[in-house]
Design a protein around this ligand. Structure first.
Ligand code: PMP
Length: 457
């Protein structure tokens, strides 16, 4: 189950009686045992029992193409990850208070994929914990408390981080020290999307200027309220804001403004990291900026809970002087074995390169569908992180929210799994395991075209 906040296609429990008896029994048990806060995907929830590569199998053995799950990024149940976990678990699984070479070997491998300035790493079990730690480190370094986040940001579940995650909705109160800015978005069109598919956008400096202007306005507000700045934190692919990748470089001006004001820049790589954007290992590299802190998670252990915070040593130093850090399961020998296997597979199976190629192919196919279906307002993204914005009117860009809900459910009926995000919950989120290739892209495009043709506009 994903922790993603925007749940446009959530199951409505009031419709449980329409489902087969065996599924109603499972739903009843779930409700009774897990209580009211969990959500299930789809009008007709899925009961998945097995995964292999880019395929998931339900209790009846039917295969579903997984074009959504970014956690099993090297493929569901990758035998090498399974073997690495099993081997280490059969030998030793302790914690970071004993010397162990596993954590050191992995840290060297991981840090080698970062710019040289980012040379220290600390381990957690989840992306939320990594962000929580990053906030503490940033506050200790700057002496400030204020944070700038994007309008529909999601950074996790701890009390501090939920208060910095406006996508959780109005029921979750943002902290008094949190300022919200519009996500950087270019006013692209299907025609432009086709161009993006060829060569990730160039020019168009306005996007970066607009984003920086929002950040400057927040800095000004903080000054007037007497809030001292700690930093700016963004998901570098702006996943829950609706997927924004272009033009490359658009983060630079905002990051410079934050640094001038004494703050740090935290890149949340929980979604785009580990090669997904195809052009680089980390999403921030697309924008040619070097963050002060980077947080990692989701695909890091292919489903084994392992996450991390990477930092510049000088940024981490004050925290280390004042605080002691221990995370019982974070960085355990088994976590490190899983993470190491994932990193090796990404390199050896050339998954980043594959994400680049398949992503371009897929975006081109999606842009071609935009030529046939008026409802497609934009195709964007990088590598295998793709957003397809659906609109009721291309001129106004008004969100086709209900249509998207129907489309995601129709695709599930056709056994293709995707989801949606964005302020109008109208951006199809296509984010498959990186093992996704052209053959799978063709299945997705075919079923999407059939669904678009089938559903009343
Ligand atoms: N940051 C981002 C951008 C995320 O998408 C998520 C999870 N959806 C998190 C942080 C939190 O990660 P976790 O669920 O592992 O705590």
């Amino acid at each position: 189950m994903s922790s993603d906040p925007v749940m446009i296609n959530a199951f409505d429990p009031r419709r449980a009686s329409e489902l087969p008896k065996s599924e109603q029994i499972l739903l009843d048990r779930r409700q009774r045992l897990l209580g009211p806060a969990y959500r299930l995907f789809y009008e007709h929830p899925l009961h998945i029992v097995r995964g292999e590569g880019v395929w998931l199998y339900d209790a009846e053995g039917a295969a579903y193409l997984d074009a959504y799950n970014n956690v099993p990024s090297v493929g569901h149940s990758h035998p090498r990850v399974v073997e690495a976990i099993a081997r280490q678990a059969s030998q030793l699984n302790t914690h970071t208070r004993y010397l162990h070479t596993g954590i050191l070997d992995y840290s060297e491998m991981l840090l080698a994929s970062f710019p040289g300035e980012l040379s220290q790493v600390m381990y957690t079990c989840s992306g939320s914990e990594a962000n929580d730690l990053a906030v503490r480190v940033a506050r200790q370094f700057t002496g400030g408390t204020g944070f700038i986040v994007t309008r529909l940001a999601y950074h996790g579940v701890t009390d501090t981080i939920a208060a910095m995650s406006p996508s959780l909705g109005t029921q979750v109160t943002l902290g008094p020290h949190v300022r919200v800015v519009p996500a950087p978005r270019s006013a692209s069109t299907p025609a432009k999307a086709a161009v993006n598919a060829e060569a990730a956008g160039t020019g168009d400096r306005q996007v970066g200027r607009d984003f920086a202007a929002g950040v400057e306005a927040s800095l000004e507000q903080m000054r007037s309220l007497g809030i001292k700045l700690a930093g700016l934190i963004v998901d570098s692919i702006f996943s829950s804001d609706g997927v924004f990748a272009d033009p490359p470089g658009f983060l630079q001006e905002a990051v410079a403004a934050v640094r001038r004001a004494g703050g740090v820049f935290i890149a949340d790589e929980v979604q785009p990291g580990f090669g997904r954007t195809g052009d680089a290992m980390w999403g921030f590299q697309r924008h040619s900026v070097v963050p002060d802190i980077v947080t990692l998670g989701k695909p890091m252990g292919n489903g084994y809970p392992v996450a991390a915070m990477v930092s510049k040593p000088e940024v981490l130093a004050p925290f280390g002087r004042h605080c002691r850090y221990f995370n019982t399961f974070g960085g355990s020998p088994v976590a490190m074995a899983a993470a190491r296997a994932v990193l090796e597979i990404i390199v050896e199976e050339r998954l980043r390169e594959r994400a680049l190629e398949t992503g371009q192919y897929l975006r081109r196919g999606l842009a071609a569908l935009g030529g046939k279906f008026e409802v497609i307002g934009d195709v964007r993204g990088a590598g295998l992180f793709i957003g397809v914005e659906l609109v009721t009117d291309r001129a106004t860009g008004s969100p086709a929210t209900r249509f998207v809900a129907a489309l995601v459910n129709e695709l599930r009926r056709r056994r293709v799994l995707i989801s949606a995000s964005g302020p109008g919950a109208n951006v199809l989120k296509i984010r498959p395991p990186l093992a996704f290739g052209r053959a799978e892209a063709d299945i997705l495009l075919g079923e999407l075209e059939a669904s678009l043709a089938h559903l009343p506009a």
